[in-house]
Each structure stands twice: as C-alpha cells, then as structure tokens.
Design a protein around this ligand. Structure first.
Ligand code: FES
Length: 101
C-alpha cells in the first residue's frame, strides 16, 4: 500500500509499505527524513515520531510514556510509527512529520 509523509513545509513523499510491517519500517526504507527508527521498533527510542491521521490516534500505555520524550514536542495525534501496523486500510494515509517550524 502507499503511505504519504508530509513535512512541515507541506511537501509530500509517498512510499510503498508492506502489509504486516510497521509504518516506521516503511518510512525508514523509503528514506523519509527525520524518521530514524533507531531502536528498530522496540519502543525505546522515540525517533519514529509522526502525527497520525484521525482514526489512528489511540496510543498504548508504553507508547504514551515514550511520547513524552520525543525530540520535537508531542502534539495532538502524535504516535510512534513503529507501533502502527500497516494494513490495507492505510492505503493513501497521510502522516505528518513533526518538525520545528
Ligand atoms: Fe524506536 Fe519506534 S522505532 S520507538
């Protein structure tokens, strides 16, 4: 499925994501800037911070705690991309990359 990542300046990059993988994995493979996924998806680095579209904004407890430590301050809709599984329904979803203005 195709996922879209939008930067603070409004520019968009789309990348192919594998169903069953994570949004973080797709972003890293797609070379999306500022999404590093340093810990490989084990919920311990918070370098996979994205702002998720409506409907994908529910966070788990551990994720909630990690979101307090992101480089760019947490916003409404902030998620850790490694905790978002890629499903067919995500096709065309737009994830915003949190960047300082
Ligand atoms: Fe480390 Fe998501 S990749 S918390």
């Amino acid at each position: 499925v195709t996922l879209i990542f939008e930067r603070a300046d409004g520019s968009r990059t789309s990348t192919e994501a594998r169903i069953g993988g994570s949004v973080m994995e797709a972003a890293v493979l797609g070379g999306i800037p500022a999404i590093e996924g340093e810990c490989g998806g084990c919920l311990s680095c918070a370098t996979c911070h994205v702002v998720a579209p409506e409907g994908l904004r529910e966070v788990g407890d551990d994720e909630d705690a990690m979101l307090e430590g992101t480089v760019v301050a947490r916003r409404p809709g902030s998620r850790l991309a490694c905790q978002i599984p890629v499903t067919a329904e995500l096709s065309g979803a737009v994830f915003c990359i949190p960047e300082e203005p």
